[in-house]
Design a binder for this molecule. Structure first.
Ligand code: NAD
Length: 250
């Protein structure tokens, strides 16, 4: 158990929500961040209902100043900086290169990649000062293989893996680890929305399930457990840890 502080972005829904709960169960105090204020509050409340400690802050992760203010709020509350950053917030746009609106490209790269540069940049100095710290960035199998109609998303997630490895390379000697996690399809609110907009939701669901060797989607809790594992896996650094039910194994 730990009484250390974990920052979880995208804590309002899906994998981020489950990550807040999993890290709290491991004893972390959780700063739950989401652009959706109510979602962040729900995550923090659920942690507290289970006997943990959590505060929520509404923050767009693209806004470096707002993220710094959230960190300051948790420092005021707990008198210590975070030792774990889990970057989970992310968005997607379904389009090939020629179909991608340049504004959508900027939005996806902004949330999924540039924001991670800012959040990592914000937490690293105190980790360096402490001589320890862990960053877990949620990438995707889409950062490892090409996926049709996901140009900006694939590019952003490949970038997350590159950013993560560069942090490992630069800061390992200072006691800091950075790992990426690459989920396959996970039954989160995001996937629910995609399925409900599909012309034949059941057929689309079966297609998504069949992509995994296991014949099912992962759960947010399974990915959250992977993030919690990487948080404590002392010999894992710079990895792109795949949790995809075997999707990319064949
Ligand atoms: P989700 O939509 O259920 O949750 C994402 C959360 O991020 C939401 O609460 C949303 O409000 C928040 N968010 C979005 N933009 C934000 C911003 N600018 N600032 C702060 N918060 C913001 O999605 P999920 O499925 O839980 O996805 C979480 C992460 O996992 C994403 O990075 C996604 O790319 C990745 N991922 C998901 C799957 C999947 O199949 N669900 C697969 C691989 C990777």
């Amino acid at each position: 158990m730990s009484s250390e502080i974990a920052v979880v972005t995208g804590a309002g829904s899906g994998i981020g929500y489950a990550t807040a709960q999993a890290l709290a169960a491991d004893g972390f105090r959780v700063l739950a961040i989401d652009i959706d204020a109510e979602g962040a509050q729900r995550a923090a409340r659920s942690v507290r209902d289970r006997g943990g400690e959590s505060i929520a802050t509404a923050c767009d992760v693209r806004d470096a100043e707002s993220f710094a203010a959230a960190l300051e709020e948790s420092r005021q509350r707990w008198s210590a900086p975070p030792t774990l950053l889990a970057n989970v917030a992310g968005i997607g746009v379904a389009a090939s290169v020629t179909e991608t609106d340049p504004d959508d490209w900027d939005r996806v790269l902004g949330v999924n990649l540039t924001a991670l540069f800012h959040t990592c940049r914000a937490v690293l100095p105190s980790m360096v000062e402490a001589g320890s710290g862990v960053i877990v960035n949620v990438a995707s199998v889409s950062g490892l293989v090409g996926v049709r109609n996901r140009a900006a998303y694939c590019a952003s997630k490949a970038g997350v893996i590159g950013l993560t490895r560069s942090i490992a390379a630069d800061y390992a000697h200072l006691g800091i680890r950075a790992n990426a996690i690459c989920p396959g399809t996970v039954a989160s609110e995001w996937i629910d929305k995609i399925l409900s907009n599909a012309p034949d939701p059941e057929a689309a669901r079966r297609q998504m399930e069949d992509r995994q060797l296991d014949g099912r989607m992962g759960t947010p809790e399974e990915i959250a457990n992977g993030i919690a594992f990487l948080a404590g896996a002392r010999f894992a650094n710079g990895s792109a840890f795949v949790m995809d039910g075997g999707m990319t194994a064949v």
